[in-house]
Ligand binder design. Structure first.
Ligand SMILES: O=C(O)CCC(=O)C(=O)O
Length: 252
């Protein structure tokens, strides 16, 4: 559970870093479960998993995954983590006791080749009439995340600005805030550097993005997105905790 100070920080800033959220043994298991994932997915897709590939001008570059949606289907340990008490206790502090899985995705910003994520609010993707902006994300570090390899960045307090107008393009992370470029450095942004096992929780409305990976080190992260059960139920994958669990048939 979160301390009153941590809750206050989240309410004021729209994000909160929890150091050592998940034990390192579990992170090592994830690493072995996703070893060679780029080549494996290029060779043989897994049913139910949706891959967004990096797009390069250079046709000789190897195929690299930008985002792997429904990562719980490729990593049993991610599937275990998304429902573990260490995770759900914090989610409960942030959105209450009725928790559903919205989705789980790997963000595999590959060494040298991983591209930027433009500034956006997740709710710009998720907004629907039957979907209030109640969701919370947890981005879990599998590798160290640094400024050089493109750690996540937030605009503190921007979750209080409401949903802003976004531009839309037919591409992965194709919903983004208008600006001088797809991604650009902002003076009002804070970098959240992380060690393996750390997790950063953030609101559906906080503005975030990340720079390209200019280092020789992969920046593999997994974002778990949780929703209040009953809020846009059609988009949720599974009821995880709360009074709805007994009533539900588990998956949707
Ligand atoms: O991978 C990143 O740096 C950003 C990911 C993101 O936008 C998200 O998890 O919602």
């Amino acid at each position: 559970m979160l301390t009153p100070e941590e809750l206050h920080f989240y309410e004021e800033n729209g994000f909160l870093l929890k150091k050592q959220l998940i034990p390192l043994e579990w992170i090592e298991q994830i690493k072995s479960e996703i070893a060679n994932i780029h080549d494996r997915m290029a060779e043989k897709p897994v049913e139910g998993v949706h891959i967004s590939w990096e797009v390069y001008d250079d046709p000789n570059k190897p195929k690299r995954i930008k985002q792997l949606m429904h990562s719980e289907l490729v990593s049993p340990t991610l599937n275990r983590i998304l429902r573990c008490d260490a995770m759900l206790d914090i989610v409960e502090s942030l959105i209450g006791p009725d928790i559903s899985l919205y989705h789980s995705k790997l963000l595999l910003k590959a060494a040298r080749d991983g591209t930027a994520v433009p500034w956006h609010q997740d709710y710009a993707y998720w907004v629907r009439e039957d979907n209030r902006p109640l969701m919370v994300n947890c981005q879990l570090a599998i590798d160290p995340a640094t400024k050089e390899n493109g750690c996540i960045q937030f605009i503190p307090g921007s979750h209080k600005w409401g949903l802003l107008e976004h531009e839309r393009k037919q591409m992965t992370f194709g919903v983004f805030l208008p600006g001088p470029a797809y991604y650009y450095e902002r003076d009002d942004a804070v970098d959240v550097e992380m060690q393996p096992g750390d997790g950063v929780f953030f609101s559906a409305l906080v503005i975030h993005g990340s720079a390209p990976n200019t280092s020789d080190h992969d920046r593999r992260m997994n974002t778990f997105a949780y929703n209040v059960t009953g809020n846009n139920m059609a988009q949720c994958r599974e009821v995880l905790r709360g009074r709805w669990l007994e009533q539900s048939t588990d998956t949707f």
